[in-house]
Design a protein around this ligand. Structure first.
Ligand SMILES: Cc1cc2nc3c(=O)[nH]c(=O)nc-3n(C[C@H](O)[C@H](O)[C@H](O)COP(=O)(O)OP(=O)(O)OC[C@H]3O[C@@H](n4cnc5c(N)ncnc54)[C@H](O)[C@@H]3O)c2cc1C
Length: 339
């Protein structure tokens, strides 16, 4: 049935095989998606993309090259869009975090789950009017980077609620544990506040410092990549702080059933209370939220997401290095040094 809420997934990351090799020098030629047949009405593609988020919820998938291509990589310089149910297009879904969960123990991940797939193109036909790039190697890198310029900007923007939640959960559990006035706690909470505010400041500045290119606003690439760098390099430390403030009960708390069982409920309510105003139920709810965020399969997923998704550490570093005006600052240093 036609509907107006179309969803799209982007399959850019190839499976890549041996990372030290390009597409044509791999053990087999299908580690990067490539064109295997040209027909008058379209092309046939083969290969596989990996980590494709929300493909199982999408109407269409957009396929882009993952890197710049060299002369010999012509068949791999390919980009197109297809309906997700196109014959030969296979979605092999990751089971990560998909086990059923109790909403009391896992208040976020019992309800929310993003799914990734190994996205296989088993000789898939792409009609001509669905092709964006076919063999124009000089545009492969440009297309890959143009997507990334926007994607990395959204990557940081959608992390802000997560960082807000880390600071909020850290403060709330410090109150519930009765340690909110301790000097080390204020120090740690200040770190969370500074982390969130710095990432927010950088990404808002990236938007404000955008350039208008052919009528489209492009977020500032240097600031976007520095924002992503700062977010990704500090996420695990933020997790550590929130875990520290919460206490070891993050991984040793009783189960949801213990709150309802006659045999256990009174013990849990009596012994797991915290500071004034925080009975055991309130404190456990906060702990379960933090456990879900930082010490569950969902928490692990968030950590890997921080390191790798929307381009890994080295990708954002490379972009930041390229965009930063080292020549000008070096000239400044030369001038002051009298060189
Ligand atoms: C949860 C999640 C969701 C994602 N969603 C999407 C999505 O929707 N669409 C999409 O297209 N992609 C998606 N990605 C992919 C993401 O962009 C990649 O994970 C990222 O680009 C890193 O690639 P990789 O995972 O293949 O790691 P690898 O490339 O295997 O990296 C492993 C290590 O090898 C190093 N390395 C790799 N190549 C070289 C080299 N040539 N020389 C030296 N060192 C090298 C890396 O720096 C890293 O240290 C997602 C990833 C995650 C984790």
């Amino acid at each position: 049935m036609p509907h107006k809420d179309l969803a799209v997934a982007v399959a850019q990351t190839d499976v890549k095989g041996d990372r030290s090799q390009g597409p044509t020098t791999q053990e087999h030629p299908d580690y990067y998606v490539r064109v295997v047949e040209e027909r008058p009405d379209g092309i046939v593609v083969r290969g596989a993309k990996i980590h494709t988020s929300v493909s199982t919820n999408s109407d269409e998938v957009i396929v882009l090259p993952t890197r710049a291509m060299r002369g010999e990589d012509k068949a791999y310089a390919v980009a197109f869009a297809l309906p997700i149910n196109t014959p030969g297009l296979k979605l092999i879904a990751s089971p990560h975090g998909s086990a059923p969960k109790d909403p009391y123990e896992h208040p976020i991940s019992a309800r929310h789950k993003m799914m990734e797939t190994l996205t296989v193109f088993d000789d898939v036909f792409v009609p001509n009017d669905r092709i964006f790039l076919n063999g124009e190697i000089e545009f492969a890198g440009l297309l890959a980077l143009t997507f990334v310029r926007y994607h990395r900007f959204t990557a940081v923007s959608y992390k802000l609620p997560l960082l807000e939640l880390m600071a909020g959960a850290g403060y709330a559990i410090a109150e519930a544990n009765g340690v909110i006035r301790a000097a080390h706690v204020r120090d740690k909470l200040t770190h969370l506040a500074a982390y969130h505010s710095t990432v927010r400041g950088l990404i808002e500045h990236a938007a404000a410092a955008c350039t208008i290119e052919e009528g489209y606003a492009v977020p500032n690439t240097l600031l976007t990549n520095v924002a992503k760098y700062h977010f990704a390099h500090n996420y695990h430390h933020a997790v550590q702080i929130v875990q520290d403030l919460a206490g070891g009960i993050l991984v040793t708390a009783p189960a949801a059933e213990d709150m309802t069982s006659e045999a256990t409920r009174d013990y849990v309510l009596k012994y797991l209370g915290g500071a004034k105003g925080f009975d055991a139920d309130k404190r456990l709810r906060l702990l379960n939220l933090i456990g879900d965020l930082t010490a569950s399969d969902f928490g692990g997923y968030q950590e890997v997401l921080a390191v790798h998704a929307e381009g890994g550490f080295e990708a954002e570093k490379l972009q930041a290095y390229r965009e930063y005006d080292f020549k000008t600052v070096a000239a400044y240093a030369h001038k002051l040094a009298g060189v």
